[in-house]
Design a protein around this ligand. Structure first.
Ligand code: CA
Length: 229
């Protein structure tokens, strides 16, 4: 498992912090609560925070000021602002100061979760199992094991990287150039035929027969289709 994202809640109302802390902990997140702006800023120094839920109304410096100070330090952790106010001007001000998103109280926990997931995804912080599944394939990014129909198979690092990329981006058509850049690196100098060779080996190892999981888009590249269609 990759470690759970660490969420800092900066909010003084106990009912809200309790509601958030309980719900987010249940969802598997690590949660830290700061009851005022200064404590919140201090927490950022001492913890590796992935996302901040920031209330505007705080007992000392307000959420706008906290947001401004965080961004002034060059910290680009996603910030989701909360407020009881519905005024559009607050929303604009928060976003101007560098908040990434905005939620008006009262809000549903599902709505909050959806925003959090979107922000973490945008920030490239994936909260997911190390085990990826698609069709009859299980790929474990921690142990580097691959199973097809429950049987372990061996993939070279390049083949593993290709398969992981395909599974993470189903149906996306990758050009040979994109695959070269993503798997072999931007400075790779050589023929794109090397991509075809590796895809061919990969197909063989995962027993990929027509209609294939990894399909050729002629003259373009490849895409992965985990579902029959
Ligand atoms: Ca508050």
């Amino acid at each position: 498992m990759s470690s759970a994202p660490f969420i800092l809640i900066i909010e003084d109302e106990p009912t809200i912090t309790e509601f958030l802390k309980t719900g987010l902990t249940y969802e598997g997140y690590q949660v830290l609560v700061a009851e005022n702006g200064r404590d919140g800023l201090d927490s950022l120094k001492n913890h590796d925070i992935d996302l901040i839920i920031l209330d505007i109304m705080l007992p000392d410096i307000d959420g706008f000021e906290v947001c401004r100070r965080i961004r002034a330090k060059g910290i680009n952790i996603p910030i989701l602002m909360l407020t009881a106010k519905k005024e559009i001007s607050d929303r604009v001000k928060g976003l101007d100061l560098g908040a990434d998103d905005y939620l008006t109280k009262p809000f549903s926990f599902d709505e909050l979760l959806a925003r959090i997931r979107a922000l973490l995804r945008r920030a490239g912080c994936r909260f997911e199992s190390s085990e990826l599944r698609a069709a009859n394939i299980i790929l474990n990014t921690d142990t580097r094991e691959v199973f097809v129909d429950g049987k372990s198979i061996y993939l070279t690092p390049t083949e593993f990287a290709l398969l992981e990329l395909f599974i993470r981006h189903p149906r996306r058509v990758f050009t040979r150039e994109t695959l070269l850049n993503r798997i072999w690196g931007y400075d790779y100098v050589g023929n794109t035929n090397i991509v075809d060779v590796h895809v061919s080996h990969l197909r063989e190892k995962i027993g990929d027969k027509p209609p294939r999981l990894i399909r050729t888009h002629y003259g373009i590249g490849y895409a992965f289709y985990p579902e029959d269609e």
